[in-house]
Design a protein around this ligand. Structure first.
Ligand SMILES: [Cu+2]
Length: 133
């Protein structure tokens, strides 16, 4: 039996797992003053589409959110000429979440009775290759 006289670590590479970003949907105003689901766990880089189906609402983060947004039927604050004022009708806006953290949001019209949270988890790191001679 041959015992190698040297153990050589050829390559140890931990590269970010190249998972495609996912989009998640939150229904706004389904059956009342609700976000459904009102709790989401996603991965950094994912997006969430807020889709209003009824009522008069918007979606706005609380002060200090790691990813801040305020969106409604006219778009989102700071995105083009959009603004996140609440409104009626059917609309959807998609928000990207590049940063880990917990983001709490609510509807400006209905306050804490219509609120939700998104937990953004890190992207898993996968060992790509490991060789020993
Ligand atoms: Cu509302």
């Amino acid at each position: 039996m041959r015992i190698p006289n040297s153990v050589c670590l050829v390559l140890l590479a931990a590269l970010p797992f190249a998972a495609a970003a996912a989009d998640h949907e939150v229904l706004v105003g389904q059956g009342g003053n609700t976000f459904q689901p009102n709790f989401l766990e996603i991965r950094a880089g994912d997006t969430v589409t807020f889709r209003q189906v009824a009522g008069f609402h918007n979606v706005a983060t609380l002060a200090g959110a790691v990813t801040a947004f305020r969106c409604g039927p006219n778009g989102c604050d700071g995105v083009g000429s959009g603004n996140g004022e609440p409104g009626g009708g059917v609309w959807s806006q998609t928000v990207a979440f590049p940063t880990m953290g917990t983001i709490d949001y609510l509807c400006d019209v209905h306050g804490q009775v219509m609120s939700g949270s998104i937990v953004v988890n890190p992207v898993p790191v996968t060992l790509q290759k490991f060789e020993i001679d």
